[in-house]
Design a protein around this ligand. Structure first.
Ligand SMILES: Nc1ncnc2c1ncn2[C@@H]1O[C@H](COP(=O)(O)OP(=O)(O)OP(=O)(O)O)[C@@H](O)[C@H]1O
Ligand SMILES: [Mg+2]
Length: 511
């Protein structure tokens, strides 16, 4: 009869019953490794019966064909040997497969049962299934590995610091942005990554419940400082990492704004250029309309005025007045001509000439040479000849205006520097007109190319010079811009396409 069918009556029976009811497969062995007892759970796990294993030595049945679910004999490093030596419990973790072939992780505990003289009389071995713990551990380490990979491969710079501000994490994008390697970064404090006071301000905001969520910093723009001391604008977010309500670390994500800002600036420049050309185009149409309307009456004023002068007797008292009328009418005609040039109503001719000749000719053409009396003219001309294919007369007009503007800005005394040079790769030729004058104020900078904008007194300037130059340069596939202007002077830059030299030029006469 099965002894377990009876309810235990003695304490010894209870102990036996408890041993058998343990939910862990358990064996009792003698020091010479013979199995003297196994509980029901052990037989269930291994599909054995007491007859098959009792009295056998463990090494004979483990690893054998009976295949006790791969209970592996540890051979020389058998924990039983250590239990006998040290008289203390030992354990090993063993990986095997269960009967269905699934991964099985078990911890094997070996506990000594001591005799009266403190000698090891028996050893109890029990198996604890730790597969689910191991699976969780594996899952956790896989997730950690994945997070590591995500952090490392992120294009955003990611960094974390502990409570003392020491760097505990830095991904490769952060190494690149800040110029530190993780090893170097360990030697510096998080405060060194920002201009003075900024790290503290960030921490203050992080802890402020009124700014975003507590412990989180919404997207903020700041400057960071690299190892080399360079200031870089970034967009950042940060968060405090809490461990049971206690601040444990701070993590931050940074995105370099330099490229974005450069693109933004270019876009703004392009927009303002577009605005400027649209504005000039509509003003041009208006100017052309007005110029055409004025041209006819002006022609008849000049025609009849000249006829009248011819008819007047010499020294007629009205002759002087008539001359004033005719002179001013001539001036109006000049303005109308300029207006038409500005509005590109006159077609540019095509001349092939050397750039440096344009400079000398323009200087020669300035009628009032007295203007140059107190001005030092410095010519820094390209040593080589640069060929241009454009309307030479129109460009002379442009240069004369730029030179007169420069002299006006210097109030007749200072240094006027004329430069020519080329960019072979871009096939561009450049002229710079530099003065040591008073410069253009920020307020006027956007208006100087507008027709009729002038700061000069009435009768001295019509405000058409630069607007005309803008039109002429566009017509000749070039550009005019203000390269520099401040209290020390102004540099106006002209850019023109360079004519490519072909053999046929050798036989042409070049101006
Ligand atoms: N080199 C310069 N330095 C300082 N200010 C300048 C310079 N060139 C132009 N300006 C400013 O730009 C304004 C417009 O120049 P623009 O040549 O179009 O007209 P203007 O010289 O006033 O008249 P116009 O050329 O028709 O006789 C000038 O009145 C002056 O205020
Ligand atoms: Mg001018």
């Amino acid at each position: 009869m099965n002894p377990y069918d009876q309810f235990p009556t003695t304490e010894a029976d209870w102990r036996l019953r408890v041993f058998d009811s343990l939910s862990f497969p358990t064996l009792v062995l003698t020091p010479d490794r013979s199995i003297i007892a196994a509980n029901t759970k052990f037989h269930e796990r291994n599909g054995t019966t007491p007859e098959k294993i009792l009295g056998k030595r463990c090494k004979d049945i483990f690893n054998s064909d009976t295949n006790l679910n791969h209970l592996v004999c540890q051979g020389a490093s058998c924990p039983l040997t250590r239990v006998l030596e040290l008289k203390k419990p030992q354990s090993v973790i063993q990986q095997s497969k269960d009967r269905q072939g699934n991964d099985l992780w078990e911890e094997r505990f070996f506990s000594p049962i001591l005799g009266e003289n403190n000698e090891v009389r028996y050893i109890m071995e029990s198996l604890r299934d730790i597969t689910s713990v191991k699976k969780l551990e594996k899952k956790y380490s896989d997730v950690r590995e994945l997070i590591d990979k995500v952090v490392q491969s992120s294009v955003s710079a990611i960094m974390a610091a502990d409570r003392k501000g020491e760097i505990i994490l830095m991904n490769s994008a952060a190494e690149k942005l800040f110029g530190y390697s993780v090893v170097d970064a360990n030697k510096v404090n998080i405060e060194d990554f920002y201009p003075p006071g900024v790290a503290r301000e960030i921490m203050k905001r992080l802890r402020d419940e009124n700014i975003g969520e507590k412990g989180k910093l919404p997207i903020t723009q700041v400057n960071v400082i690299t190892k080399e001391g360079e200031k870089i604008p970034v967009e950042m977010t940060a968060a405090i990492i809490y461990e049971e309500d206690r601040e444990a670390a701070t993590a931050a994500i940074f995105n370099d704004l330099r490229e974005k800002q450069a693109v933004q600036k270019k876009l703004e420049e392009a927009e303002s250029q577009l605005y400027q050309s649209e504005k000039l185009a509509s003003l041009g149409r208006l100017a052309a309309g007005v110029a055409h309307e004025i041209n006819n009456p002006l022609t008849s004023i000049l025609l009849y005025g000249n006829l009248m002068r011819e008819k007047l007797e010499a020294d007629h008292p009205l002759e002087k007045n008539l001359n004033y009328i005719l002179e001013d009418a001539e001036r109006c005609k000049e303005i109308v001509k300029n207006l038409l040039a500005y509005s590109r109503q006159t077609r540019p001719s095509k001349d092939i000439f050397y750039l440096n000749n344009l400079i000398s000719e323009s200087l020669r053409l300035i009628r009032d040479q007295k203007l140059f009396m107190n001005v030092t003219i410095v010519k820094r001309l390209a040593p080589e000849q640069i060929l241009i294919n454009a309307d030479k007369n129109q460009l002379c007009q442009v240069l004369i205006n730029l030179i007169i503007n420069a002299i006006d800005a210097m109030d007749g005394k200072g240094t006027l520097t004329l430069r020519t040079y080329r960019d072979r790769q871009k096939s561009k030729a450049y002229i710079e007109v530099e003065d040591t004058g008073t410069g253009i104020s920020q307020e006027n900078l956007s208006k100087v190319f507008d027709p009729f904008f002038t700061t000069k007194e009435v009768g001295k300037g019509t405000g058409l010079g630069l607007s005309m130059a803008y039109g002429i340069l566009e017509e000749n596939h070039g550009k005019i811009s203000i390269a520099k202007t401040d209290q020390t002077g102004t540099v106006i830059l002209l850019e023109l396409p360079e004519e490519q030299v072909t053999d046929s030029f050798q036989f042409m006469s070049i101006g």
